[in-house]
Design a protein. Structure first.
Length: 163
């Protein structure tokens, strides 16, 4: 195992693509496949054209410091209003992870649990291969047929993302 990296070192370093930081370890994220990229783009476009209507800002690959020793980089996040932080230290409204074939279920669940512990109200995982989506809540994972929020009310039918 490589020597631990301090959070200060991590935050002052750029990675291409960006990496998560978990308890002193820089962890690569799985991405870069066509299906992953297409779905990530569809999410950004869908939310992006509705930013003014819904009063949101959609961002890909944004660093979110979910605890003093962890920084996660979701595929897509949505914040209410206009962000004021260079690295988020307040929970965004939505965190979305797009699965890649190499993603391990246990590692994905750990990422989702970090978002929930941090206070992110809407945590979703989408699989471009099976064309399915799941909503994570404290203590439960449920398959869903649409991405839906309240306050503000947003609805994203999966068919609009996967077609």
């Amino acid at each position: 195992m490589p020597d631990p990296v301090t959070i200060r070192e991590y935050l002052s370093t750029s990675y291409r693509p960006d990496c998560d930081y978990v308890d002193g370890e820089v962890q690569e994220r799985n991405l870069g496949t066509y299906d992953h990229s297409r779905l990530q783009t569809a999410l950004i476009v869908y939310f992006g054209v509705r930013e003014k209507e819904w009063g949101i800002c959609v961002l890909p690959s944004m660093r979110i410091q979910v605890s003093p020793t962890r920084v996660r980089v979701p595929d897509v996040c949505v914040v209410l209003g206009e962000p004021k932080e260079r690295i988020f230290r307040d929970p965004p409204f939505i965190c979305i992870e797009v699965l890649s074939p190499e993603d391990l279920f246990s590692r994905t669940n750990e990422r989702m649990a970090d978002y929930l512990r941090f206070g992110v109200p809407y945590v979703w995982r989408l699989d471009p291969h099976t064309r399915k989506a799941w909503r994570y809540t404290p203590g439960a994972i449920r398959e869903i047929s649409e991405l839906r929020t309240e306050n503000p009310a947003m609805l994203v039918p999966l068919i609009d993302l996967f077609d």
